[in-house]
Design a protein around this ligand. Structure first.
Ligand code: UTP
Length: 476
């Protein structure tokens, strides 16, 4: 059992003694749990964090020599920016076939905007079938066995808050047909949630510190300490296809992207990204920029509006490359970062409502406004640590239908429409008639399993022959 007096004295030195206010009233097991939890926090780091992120707010300054990041256009024959798609696809395919590509989903977020009980990956997302997000992703790797004759090991980052429920979901669904030994789960780290008004660590209960997952950037450390990187090494994996849990249209095994990352001109094969052209200047997505030859993502709130509105001669936005949180990371790169004692991604501060208890009376507090500061690391901050990072353009309707909110923008409704729209395009290109309304939108609901196709060319190769009636719901 951690030493109570030692912890009491360390907490007193950093002004966080209230964490033990209810200690005497706890059972021995609860006491032990609380001490272990407190000991796992970086107690001595707290005053500096409070000063930097709670008592003041970090001021963002624009990086020097800021410009838009160059990118590989989706049309490989774009004048002046052509690239060899066929060669990149061959390279990507051969890497998948050789078992050198792993998939990695970050699924440790709290999903508070969606308001769904349970891990977000269990959310029913398929436009017709209602398949869970996890099942949709799994089907890519089931299909890879047939398409490429390859095993794609899949790593799933959870958080201590949703780990057990995530594993139970996979067990209940028999790993969606994947071999259990090719699916690995590991929890990311957590940070204590801090009270905005005082910088005190919030208590979730009398014997529990309020914590939040430490952001998707926490994956660098989590991949290492969990043994996932070592497992990748054992398997001969060299590249990690990174994606978020909320996007059912993601294509984790895209040969062209993998090829560009591994062997594209200017790529160091360390960390690469996909982008979509921003729809309008104010769109709330991070933007790929370049500063002194390094790629970085600048959050929409940090990029001055006059820059966001700048246009090129052809009328397109100058800062056009919106981030959709799809990356490939080199195993060697992640190892290098994780093993570097000086490596640390910066924290980002977010004000949130954090249910907690009053540290004096113990009464439950369900705040109506933001009472807490959460500190998170973002994975894209690792981009500027690459020697050569490339960005690849993709099409919004091909690969981006995130489910973030319960309703409205980026909700299940918008995601279903985008899934249908993409399937309609693929089917029409393959010669199937899709009924459309007068406004041009499909007059049906469509869903394509990744086992059937993960791009238009695979749909065409499947030679679909079906008749779709108006108002029909069709899953292929
Ligand atoms: P979001 O930024 O959408 O955050 O995460 P969230 O926590 O899921 O949702 P809200 O903001 O509470 O509504 C983007 C992706 O990063 C993962 C999420 O699971 C999602 O795939 N993520 C986020 C983590 O894995 N860990 C984190 O600490 C934060």
């Amino acid at each position: 059992m951690p030493n109570l007096e030692a912890i009491r004295s360390r907490l007193a030195k950093v002004g966080q003694s209230h964490l033990l206010n209810f200690f005497a009233a706890l059972t021995p097991v609860q006491q032990q749990d609380l001490l272990v939890q407190i000991e796992s926090l970086d107690i001595e780091q707290l005053p500096a964090l409070v000063d930097t992120y709670v008592k003041s707010k970090p001021v963002f300054s624009l990086p020097p020599e800021l410009g838009p990041a160059p990118y590989f256009p989706k049309n490989e024959k774009s004048p002046g920016r052509s690239w060899d798609r066929a060669a990149m696809e061959r390279t990507g395919e051969s890497l998948i076939k050789a078992g050198k590509v792993a998939a990695f989903v970050v699924a440790g977020g709290q999903g508070s905007r969606l308001g769904f009980e349970g891990p977000k990956g269990c959310y029913s997302a398929g436009a017709v079938t209602g398949k869970s997000l996890f099942q949709i992703f799994a089907e890519h790797f089931v299909a890879a066995k047939v398409r490429y004759g390859a095993t794609v090991p899949w790593y799933i980052m959870t958080s201590p808050l949703n780990h057990a429920a995530t594993v139970a979901f996979f067990e209940e669904h028999k790993f969606f047909g994947l071999s259990q030994r090719d699916v690995q789960f590991f929890p990311q780290g957590v940070m204590p949630s801090l009270e905005i008004a005082t910088g005190r660590v919030l208590l979730a209960g009398k014997g529990e510190v309020a914590t939040n997952p430490d952001g998707h950037g926490g994956c660098v450390k989590a991949l290492s300490v969990s043994g996932a990187l070592a497992d990748m090494r054992r398997r001969g994996v060299e590249h990690i296809s990174y994606f978020q849990v909320d996007n059912p249209l993601v294509r984790p095994l895209d040969p062209a992207f993998i090829g560009l990352h591994a062997a594209g001109p200017g790529s160091s094969a360390e960390m690469s990204s996909k982008m979509i052209p921003k729809a309008y200047p104010e769109e709330k997505v991070g933007v790929f920029c370049s500063s002194q030859g390094k790629v970085e993502v600048i959050e929409y709130s940090d990029l001055p509006m006059d820059l966001q509105k700048q246009r090129l001669e052809d009328g397109s936005l100058r800062f056009i490359a919106g981030s959709i949180a799809i990356h490939i990371m080199g195993v060697e790169f992640v190892e290098r970062l994780a093993n570097d004692p000086k490596f640390a991604l910066p924290y980002h501060r977010a004000e949130k409502k954090v249910p907690c208890i009053d540290p004096i009376s113990g009464a439950a507090i369900n705040p109506s406004g933001n009472n807490g500061v959460k500190l998170e690391k973002f994975v894209f901050d690792a981009l500027s640590l690459c020697r050569g990072s490339i960005v690849f353009e993709t099409d919004r309707t091909e690969e981006f239908a995130p489910i973030k909110n319960a309703a409205g923008l980026d909700s299940i409704d918008t995601s279903r429409s985008l899934q249908t729209e993409r399937a309609a395009r693929w089917l029409e290109a393959a010669g199937v008639a899709v009924p459309r309304k007068t406004d041009g939108s499909p007059d049906c609901v469509l869903e394509v399993s990744p086992v059937t196709a993960t791009c238009a060319a695979e749909m065409a190769a499947a030679k679909p022959t079906l008749k779709i009636d108006r108002g029909a719901k069709v899953a292929l």
